[in-house]
Design a protein around this ligand. Structure first.
Ligand code: UDP
Length: 325
C-alpha cells in the first residue's frame, strides 16, 4: 500500500511512517517542518519506499498531486500544542481547517480512504468522565483562544463525515488523547517532555494551577498501532475513535513520578495559569477516554505503562545530552 502521511515529519507522523515502512508499505511524507523536523525522519531518507516533500498541506495543488500517487492518506498535519494555539490562534484555525479541506477534497476524486487526526480537546471542559465518542462537546467561549483549537478540529471531523456521506470518501477520525514518547518536544508546552527536561537539568518542575487536574498519557507506539488497525478496518469507516490510555493521573502525581524515575532532586513548584499562559486561560479539570469502542472494533488495548513512557522520554533526552550524558 502507498500511504500519504501529512505531518509525517512530526512527532506521531514520524513514528507512523517508520511503522508503515517496516511492514512493507510505501510512504509519502508531506510536512512543512513548522513543528515537525527533518531530524525525525532523517533515518528513513533513502530507505526503500520512502519519499518526502517539504511543503504545506495548505498547498492545494501539491496535496492533490501527492494524493493521486497513493492508495490512502493519514492526515496528521496540524497546528498543535496549547502554547502555540494560545499564541497564534489565527494560524491555528486557518491551518487546521484549510489543510483538512485540501486533503478531503483531493481524496474525494478517487475516494481514497483517509484517517483524519483529531484530538481529545474537542471534548472541551466537560467534567463527566470518561469521554465517549458520542458525548456532547463542551467548548468555552470564542473570546478564549484555547477553544479555537478544539473547534477547528471538531470542524475537521464534521468536514470528514460530510465528505463521507455526500461524496463517499471512506474516512475514519481519531481523537488522540495526551500522546507521549520520543521526539515530542517540550517547546510547545507538552507536560511530559517539559517535566523530564526540568528534572534532568535539576530545575524546578513547573506544575500549572493546583496540579489536581488529571490527564491520561499514552505511548506514541500504542497510538500508532491503534491508528494502523483503524486504517485497515472497514467497520471503522464513518466513525470517530478515542485513542490513548485510560490510566488517569493528576499533574501533581505526574511530577512526583518524573522525579522518582529520573532520581532528580528538583523542587516541584506551582505556577498560576495566568503566569504560564495568558490571563483568563481555561484548563480541563479531567480528561479520560472511554476506550470501549476502539477495543470493540480493533481489539486494541494500550500496552505501555506510564512508568515505561517516562523512562523512554528520559532515555531519549539523556541520549541527546540533556542533564549530562
Ligand atoms: N502543564 C504543567 N506544566 C507544564 C506543562 C503543562 O503543569 O510545564 C499542565 C497543563 O496545564 C495541563 C497538563 O499539564 O493541565 C497537560 O498539558 P499539555 O500541554 O501537555 O497537554 P493538554 O492536555 O493541556 O493538551
Amino acid at each position: 500500500m502507498r500511504v500519504l502521511v501529512t505531518g509525517g515529519a512530526g512527532f506521531i507522523g514520524s513514528h507512523l511512517s517508520e511503522r508503515l515502512l517496516a511492514r512493507g508499505d510505501e510512504v509519502v511524507v508531506l510536512d512543512d517542518l513548522s513543528t515537525g523536523s527533518m531530524e525525525n525522519v532523517q533515518h528513513l531518507v533513502g530507505a526503500d519506499g520512502f519519499r518526502h516533500h517539504i511543503g504545506s498541506a495548505l498547498d492545494e495543488p501539491l496535496v492533490a498531486e501527492l494524493m493521486d500517487s497513493v492508495d490512502c492518506a493519514v492526515h496528521l498535519a496540524a497546528a498543535v500544542g496549547v502554547r502555540l494555539i494560545v499564541e497564534r490562534p489565527t494560524h491555528t484555525i486557518e491551518t487546521n481547517v484549510g489543510a483538512t479541506e485540501n486533503v478531503l477534497k483531493a481524496a474525494s476524486k478517487q475516494r481514497r480512504p483517509v484517517l483524519v487526526a483529531s484530538t481529545s480537546e474537542v471534548y472541551g471542559k466537560s467534567a463527566s468522565v470518561p469521554f465517549a465518542e458520542d458525548d456532547d462537546l463542551h467548548l468555552g467561549p470564542t473570546t478564549r483562544s484555547r477553544w479555537s483549537y478544539a473547534c477547528s478540529k471538531a470542524l475537521d471531523e464534521w468536514l470528514a463525515f460530510a465528505y463521507h456521506r455526500e461524496k463517499g470518501v471512506p474516512v475514519v477520525c481519531v481523537r488522540f488523547f495526551n500522546t507521549v514518547g520520543p521526539r515530542q518536544v517540550g517547546r510547545y508546552g507538552m507536560v511530559v517532555p517539559n517535566f523530564v527536561t526540568q528534572a534532568l537539568l535539576g530545575k524546578p518542575i513547573t506544575v500549572y494551577g493546583d496540579g489536581e487536574q488529571t490527564r491520561c498519557f499514552g505511548h506514541v507506539q500504542d497510538a500508532v498501532e491503534a491508528s494502523l488497525r483503524l486504517l485497515g478496518s472497514e467497520v471503522a469507516v464513518g466513525h470517530v475513535f478515542n485513542v490513548g490510555s485510560d490510566r488517569e493521573v493528576t499533574i501533581n502525581q505526574l511530577a512526583e513520578l518524573v522525579k522518582e524515575r529520573t532520581g532528580s532532586s528538583s523542587e516541584i513548584v506551582r505556577v498560576p495559569y495566568e503566569q504560564a499562559y495568558a490571563e483568563g486561560f481555561e484548563d480541563m479539570p479531567r480528561r479520560v477516554p472511554d476506550l470501549a469502542k476502539l477495543e470493540r472494533v480493533t481489539g486494541f488495548r494500550p500496552r505501555t505503562s506510564l512508568e515505561q513512557i517516562i523512562d523512554d522520554v528520559v532515555a531519549e533526552l539523556r541520549s541527546k545530552g540533556v542533564g549530562g550524558a
